[in-house]
Design a protein around this ligand. Structure first.
Ligand code: GLC
Length: 609
């Protein structure tokens, strides 16, 4: 047998083995890239089988209007969000679910086969969706201060989110507003960390029991920025927190400890800086403190283009700083494709380690595993769940408990049901003012038809019938006048307001005209204020026989009539110090600049019948 023959015989079997191994490897590779995740330990195996491109895709969150299903599939995108007011053409449960399922199917067809997770700001109910139950904004819930109610609100919000197919809620804000000139004061439950801690755990539990991921936000110190340091031309929003680390830990960390101890699945990084270092590049506070010291094992998500505001000359450097600081999901609604390429290049240039990428992807896949997304990726519509009677009854109860009685001369309240009442003012018949910002539109909407609900006027009408007057021409016949004054809807920095008077930038202009007209009538006056924070009322309150703070009550205006006509007593107390002058706007008992002597009303004040 010639050497050649021998070799020839030797070569074919060797080749056969190589070919078999090759096929096997391809098979295993292909097999593992569509490896099913049925057990937690499959996550690690899955990550080992994924390409860098597939991993990086999982770290990106694009806005629904800025990406196609084809791109979701091509880039293995891990997450989609709706910005404030961003809804499908058909703003119904069916419309949302159809949109979600189309995106989900594309994700399942991607090379990694990993389902998407879809986030939205349902911050006082599922507020992007028409006919959803809209609860009082957080500041009113802080006034109610009822942990059990917070659990119910979290659970109902979760059910209504699930009814539209989504699975991630960028809520609750655990902000501790220290300066009420801040436009996001109404998203804060209280200035006092003890009050906030007692409420957020139950909300997170209620929401996550519906298989919806909660988000404690914005980490850390968002409510404590210094006036005048705001970013993006804002006065205070996204500004600089100028306190010691000890104060930061004592005031703002407990809420996150409470959230983590209640297994919050995600935490959103704040736009603000702490002593001039942007939170989005704060490795110490995100990785060393939140992930290691507090043991947070969930997903850290950046805020909307928050990475862009990092102090570095190039986007490449900003992205590397953000990811190396511990951010796992990048909320980059528009330039997600550019960021995708930047991350891949940065890993290949060793500016971001593969270990950091693997850690982020593990957290992301674990989140999806915990939400059963691998087993049940597709959604089904439950339109009967949205805004149903049972949910609205809980929201009505929340309105009742959020109201704070601050003045009641000669017990003019409760009103009697056979009195003749003149009800006037910009807030008396406007769902838009009742709901405030983050309702159907990012900045809210100043009109009635934005969604379905009950205005204060409709609620009073159902109690008084013909004895309700809504026109000044009937003033003579009225026994009492109820005037509802209101702030305009606003969100974030657009609500920053430097003087907080009743004719300032965020307050509806004709409040004062209405108050002046009411004063000329010489009748008993009950004033209700719908606003996202205390306003300066010292020049007016003398003319009011009774005064009720209504905050931003949402769709169930009948909660107001329930209490004003005495079917229920007042329960709410002030979650914020109420300043008498603008220089007291940033006073709070927390910073010990609280002398308690000459405020309009003190923290935790509230009267009852
Ligand atoms: C916003 C807010 C944040 C919200 C996010 C997504 O700018 O700061 O609270 O969750 O973007 O809408």
């Amino acid at each position: 047998m010639s050497k050649l023959t021998h070799n020839k015989r030797f070569i074919p079997s060797f080749l056969v083995i190589v070919i078999l191994i090759g096929i096997g490897t391809i098979f295993i590779k292909n097999k593992s890239t569509t490896l099913e995740i049925t057990k937690e330990k499959d996550i690690t195996r899955k990550i080992k089988s994924m390409t860098l491109e597939e991993k990086v895709g999982q770290m990106l969150q694009a806005e629904r209007s800025q990406i196609t299903p084809q791109e979701i599939q091509k880039y293995n995108i891990g997450s989609i969000l709706s910005g404030g007011g961003s809804s499908p053409n058909s703003n119904t449960a069916d419309g949302w679910v159809d949109m979600y399922n189309e995106m989900q199917q594309a994700a399942l067809n991607s090379s990694s086969g990993i389902p998407i997770i879809y986030g939205i700001d349902a911050v006082h109910g599922h507020n992007n969706v028409k006919n959803a139950t809209i609860f009082p904004h957080n500041i009113g819930l802080g006034a109610a201060n009822n942990p059990e109610l917070m659990y119910q609100i979290g659970a109902i919000t979760g059910k209504e989110i699930a009814a539209t197919g989504l699975n991630w809620d960028f809520s609750p804000a655990v902000s501790l507003a220290q300066d009420i000139r801040w436009g996001r004061t109404y998203e804060s439950l209280s200035e006092n960390p003890r009050r906030v801690e007692g409420l957020i755990g139950n909300y997170i539990k209620g929401l996550q029991e519906q298989n919806i991921a909660a988000t404690a936000k914005h980490y850390i110190g968002d409510g404590h920025t210094t006036f005048g340091t705001g970013d993006n031309d804002y006065l205070i929003d996204r500004g600089d927190v100028q306190i010691t680390e000890e104060e930061l830990r004592e005031i703002h960390l407990p809420s996150y400890k409470e959230a983590v101890s209640n297994n919050v699945k995600t935490i959103m990084v704040s736009y603000n800086s702490v002593n001039k270092l942007k939170m989005h590049e704060n490795k110490y506070l995100i990785t060393d403190v939140l992930k290691e010291e507090l043991g947070f094992e969930g997903v850290v998500v950046s805020d909307w283009e928050g990475i862009n505001e990092i102090n570095a000359p190039t986007l490449e450097e900003k992205v590397a700083l953000a990811i190396n600081s511990g951010i796992d999901v990048l909320m980059q609604p528009y330039n997600w494709a550019e960021i995708y390429n930047i991350i891949i290049n940065s890993v290949n240039e060793s500016k971001i380690s593969e270990e950091r990428i693997d850690d982020a992807v593990y957290r992301i896949l674990k989140l999806k595993y915990d939400l059963d997304l691998f087993d049940n990726p597709m959604a089904k519509s439950q339109s009967d769940v949205l805004g149903n009677e049972e949910h609205r009854e809980i929201a009505r109860k929340a309105v009742r408990e959020s109201l704070v009685l601050l003045k009641n001369e000669e017990n003019i309240l409760p009103l009697s049901k056979d009195q003749k009442v003149l009800l006037v003012g910009p807030g008396s018949n406007n769902l838009g003012f009742q709901c405030g910002g983050w309702t159907m539109e990012w900045q809210g909407v100043e009109k009635n038809s934005l969604t379905y609900g009950t205005t204060i006027r409709e609620a009073f009408k159902s109690v008084l019938g013909e004895n309700l007057y809504t026109n000044f021409s009937k003033a003579e016949e009225a026994d009492v006048i109820v005037v509802v004054i209101a702030e305009k809807p606003y969100a974030e920095g657009f609500g920053d307001n430097e003087d907080l008077t009743l004719n300032s930038s965020t307050v509806y202009k004709n409040n004062i005209n209405t108050l002046e007209k009411v004063n000329e009538l010489g009748k008993p006056v009950v004033t209700i204020l719908l606003a996202g924070r205390p306003l300066l009322i010292d020049d007016y309150i003398e003319d009011w026989d009774a005064f009720v703070m209504g905050w931003l009550p949402g769709t169930e205006g009948n909660g107001v009539s329930d209490v004003l006509f005495g079917d229920y007593n007042f329960k709410g107390t002030l979650p914020m110090t109420w300043p008498k002058t603008i220089d007291q706007a940033d006073d709070s008992m927390i910073m010990e600049n609280y002398d308690g002597a000459n405020y309009q009303f003190e923290y935790d004040f509230g009267l009852v019948y």
